[in-house]
Design a protein around this ligand. Structure first.
Ligand SMILES: *Cc1c(COP(=O)(O)O)cnc(C)c1O
Length: 383
């Protein structure tokens, strides 16, 4: 149905979903938690109860599934619910290899719950394929988990290379693609088996919905077990959130391209600034991930970047305290630019430097963003 249309068109028109009853161009939000059986007691479209099959949830799942080029997609009540579902669906005795540079919440789940569930895991240095290959435990390692570009130093991992190594040993590959979005990278095209999103971020894009998405490249017993986990853990996305997400997705391509252009311009300006020690952004030619990013990302390098400022924690916090156009807040991917002292959010589970400021570029005018940083770094107070 959708194969002949460009992703921009599919997103803008939400796959052409309309309300067949009223003809409304925008599909309604289905708040009903339960679905009436027909006269012969059969279920309409297999839907019985919302915890497994929500009508509005299925619409947003179909849009993401098509944008990622997947086989199936399911929505969750948060990004972290989506990220942890593949771990919940493993068997005791299974082993996973996890990139050491990933969203801190996933690291915390592993540190606090994996051992009690009999799941072994090892962290490999992000992007280091040799170390990754050397840490595989044949017949025991079941899954590799990575994020690219990865929080908060935007390390790029070669998805195709990891997938080739993993698949040769029967290991599945899951990619947290929250910061790339299908606009810039479609991990399944590079061999990934699962794509994960905190839809709270770019997919929704307006900092007003908490949601997660998991996309599978193909059907498998493992995928069905992940689906069962969502049903029985009860981590389904709410109907109103699903509807808002469907609306946010219509402008995904415009937003992400503008955010990427702003991030690139800002990174290029910051890298020349004497009060900035280091800039992490895969769009910069000197960034260690640039070459892989050029192969794996198209149309931009994403809206996320980080900087190190001279000094330590207090100096980094002081810079953040002078922000005015940039809002001081955690999270990312919204239309408004935000920055934060990242270590304050992550805590001890990561090795993020104390003098790192994480930046999520929004869609504002670039002159306002650069002007704000120029003043922050010159130690002039907020107007
Ligand atoms: C925010 C985030 C998550 C967690 O998502 P929530 O929606 O906050 O639960 C997971 N991965 C990445 C890369 C994120 O940025």
């Amino acid at each position: 149905m959708t194969a002949d249309k460009a992703p921009e068109t599919l997103a803008a028109q939400a796959l052409g979903l309309e309300d067949p009853v009223s003809g409304a161009l925008v599909p309604p939000v289905h708040m009903s938690t339960t679905f009436a059986r027909r006269d012969d007691y059969s279920l309409p479209d297999d839907r019985s109860y919302i915890r497994d099959h929500g009508a509005t949830q299925e619409q947003v799942e179909q849009v993401i599934c098509d944008l990622e080029g997947g086989y199936d997609a399911i929505s969750f009540s948060s990004g972290l619910a989506a990220c942890t579902a593949p771990f919940h669906a493993l068997e005791a005795g299974d082993h996973v290899l996890v990139s050491d540079t990933i969203y801190h919440g996933v690291l915390s789940w592993l540190a606090e719950f994996a051992e009690a569930r009999g799941i072994g895991y090892d962290l490999f240095p992000a992007g280091d394929l040799e170390r990754f290959a050397g840490m595989i435990r044949p017949g025991v390692t079941r899954l590799v988990w990575l994020e690219t570009p990865a929080n908060p130093v935007w390390t790029v991992t070669d998805i195709a290379a990891v997938s080739t190594i993993a698949h040769a040993r029967g290991i599945r590959v899951a990619v947290d693609s929250t910061c790339a979005t299908p606009v810039l990278t479609r991990p399944i095209e590079f061999g990934a088996d699962f794509v994960c999103h905190s839809a709270t971020k770019y997919l929704n894009g307006h900092s007003d919905v908490l949601a997660g998405l998991l996309v599978a490249a193909a059907d498998s017993a493992y995928w069905q077990r992940i689906r069962r986990h969502r049903l029985l853990a009860g981590s389904m996305l709410g109907s109103m959130e699903a509807w808002l997400l469907l609306r946010g997705l219509r402008t995904l391509y415009l937003r992400v391209r503008q955010q990427s252009a702003n991030a690139l311009a800002l990174a290029g300006w910051l890298v020349e600034h004497p009060c900035v020690e280091q800039v992490f952004y895969p769009g910069l030619p000197r960034d260690p991930g640039h070459e892989t990013a050029c192969r794996q990302m198209s149309g931009g390098f994403g809206g996320m970047l980080s900087i190190l400022v001279p000094g330590g924690r207090s100096e980094a916090v002081a810079v953040a305290c002078r922000a005015s156009v940039f809002k001081r807040a955690t999270s990312l991917g919204g239309v408004e630019s935000v920055l934060e002292h990242r270590k304050s959010s992550e805590g001890d589970v990561t090795s993020t430097p104390e003098n790192l400021i994480r930046i999520s570029a929004g869609i504002e005018h670039i002159d306002d963003l650069i002007g704000d940083f120029s003043r922050m770094l010159a130690k002039e107070p907020a107007p």
